[in-house]
Design a protein around this ligand. Sequence first.
Ligand SMILES: NC(=O)c1ccc[n+]([C@@H]2O[C@H](COP(=O)([O-])OP(=O)(O)OC[C@H]3O[C@@H](n4cnc5c(N)ncnc54)[C@H](OP(=O)(O)O)[C@@H]3O)[C@@H](O)[C@H]2O)c1
Length: 232
Amino acid sequence: MISLKTRIALVTGSSRGIGQQIALGLARHHCDVVLHGRMLDHCAATEKLVRGLGINVYNVAGDLGTEAGIQSIVRGVADGPGHIDILYNNAAIMNPWTPVCETPLPVWLQTLQVNLFAVIALCNAFVPGMRKRCFGRVINLTSGIKETPHLAPYGVSKAAVDKYSQELAVDCKETNVLVNCLDPGWIRTDLGGPNGMFPVETVLPGALVPALLEDNGPTGKFFSAQDFKYFD
Ligand SMILES: NC(=O)c1ccc[n+]([C@@H]2O[C@H](COP(=O)([O-])OP(=O)(O)OC[C@H]3O[C@@H](n4cnc5c(N)ncnc54)[C@H](OP(=O)(O)O)[C@@H]3O)[C@@H](O)[C@H]2O)c1
């Protein structure tokens, strides 16, 4: 397990839900955190949780559904900490429950934009710097969702994230930029809904495992946060 002291992590979608827990977990490991929500004031609750832990905290805002929103995040990092060591692509949206052939194309486009293309855009923005500095951890949130055609855009977006992560991991081999996926489990959040199997706190400490990997450790792998939980 490496030390995260002096490292800087951007956690997209850390204003609530799983991302909030990830940001809190990283902060408890003395990692500086860049919090993100669609609007700056959405970060307030998470900021309150991590303040007082002796780390630097930055807030960035941007809608991952738009190019302007993505650029706002990239600019926020440039104007704040200047670079990113750990990129947690956590933010995502779930499409409305709809029969697959009745799901309109704009819903497919929006879901893939936020869940896949924005992930790629942020990797494009931050991975080259990680490679130059010979340190990086990229963690892309995936899902164990299986054969749920009413949620096809969401499921397809996560399958694509899995494949993209594996391609990026191969491309980053021997650079100490490790690219892995994390399945948090079915969690009771706004996205997971009230019937989720696990409370949000159970994503810790497992969600931190891919950030704490030793240099040149596993890459292109899938981690399950629930494998590491303290309680059921
Ligand atoms: N919950 C589950 O059961 C479950 C299961 C498997 C995988 N996952 C994955 O875990 C990750 C986190 O899910 P969650 O359950 O914590 O979700 P959540 O509670 O709905 O939180 C979503 C987060 O993403 C941000 N976000 C939403 N739409 C955005 C947009 N268009 N642009 C930028 N940010 C946006 C939200 O920011 P604002 O507060 O500003 O809206 C919020 O911080 C997702 O990748 C999800 O697919 C979740």
